[in-house]
Design a binder for this molecule. Structure first.
Ligand code: PEP
Length: 245
């Protein structure tokens, strides 16, 4: 998108020791100079503070992988958005398909989390995407439009990640034409609801992005970066994707 710097975001999921996370962050930091994209890494909650310390003063940002809709309270095992902010995060991934599946997160829950994130000064990255059955039934665009309508709060000022569920961790991706089509639909919905802010909102692609396919995907219209799972765990692969932006 003209005037929008791409963002390459790494979703480290539930991987690694504290020492491994710090080492990976250090390797990303050391390779981050002169890239055409902004960089973000999202470790597990337990590693956010250490990774933020490793990346302090660098251009690489840190994010969480979820937050609770409340700012504090009696919610055993949960993490509040202000806690993430306090630990050094600037972003938070919300509504990832693994959260929607593993924790039955609804669009309404994602919306509440996005409001909490914004209130805490975090940039929410809201994930949307159809299952394989929904795509085969010709419902991919309708599903994504519903997720956008119901997961984004009014006044949303964040990032969208389009992640077809069947492409996550599978080595499969949609065709370039299919990615361009659905990103175009997402852009139209964002522009209709948020005006100029929606025109300039980053829309990331996620799902089996690798150094070998990143250049073609990142060149598509309305693809403003990537959300990278598996390949983000290898610093050289993650940086190669960022160089392709
Ligand atoms: C993800 O889960 O956000 C993701 C894109 O995973 P992968 O790159 O491993 O498909």
């Amino acid at each position: 998108t003209p005037g929008v710097k791409p963002l390459i975001a790494g979703n480290w999921k539930m991987h690694g020791t504290l020492a491994e996370a710090a080492a990976l962050a250090g390797a990303v930091r050391d390779g981050a100079g002169g890239l055409p994209a902004d960089l973000l890494v999202c470790p597990t909650f337990l590693h956010v503070a250490q990774v933020a310390a490793t990346l302090a003063g660098s251009a690489v940002a840190v994010g969480g992988q979820d937050c609770h809709p409340a700012a504090k309270g009696a919610h055993t095992g949960d993490v509040a958005a202000p806690m993430l902010k306090d630990a050094g995060a600037g972003f938070v991934i919300l509504g990832h398909s693994e959260r929607r599946t593993d924790h039955a997160e609804t669009d309404a829950a994602v919306r509440a989390k996005a409001e909490a994130a914004a209130a805490a000064g975090l940039v929410p990255i809201v994930c949307v995407g159809e299952t394989e059955a929904e795509r085969l039934a010709g419902r991919a665009e309708a599903v994504v439009e519903r997720q956008l309508a119901e997961s984004l709060p009014d006044g949303f000022a964040g990032i969208i990640a389009y992640e077809p569920v069947w492409a996550i961790g599978t080595g499969r991706t949609p065709t370039e034409a299919d990615i361009a089509a659905i990103h175009g639909t997402i852009r139209a919905r964002l522009a209709a609801r948020f005006g100029a802010a929606g025109q300039g909102m980053r829309i990331l692609y996620g799902g089996s992005m690798k150094p070998g396919n990143a250049k073609a995907i990142l060149a598509l219209p309305n693809v403003d970066g990537g959300l990278v799972g598996g390949a983000s765990l290898v610093a050289e692969d993650f940086l190669a994707i960022a160089r392709a932006a």
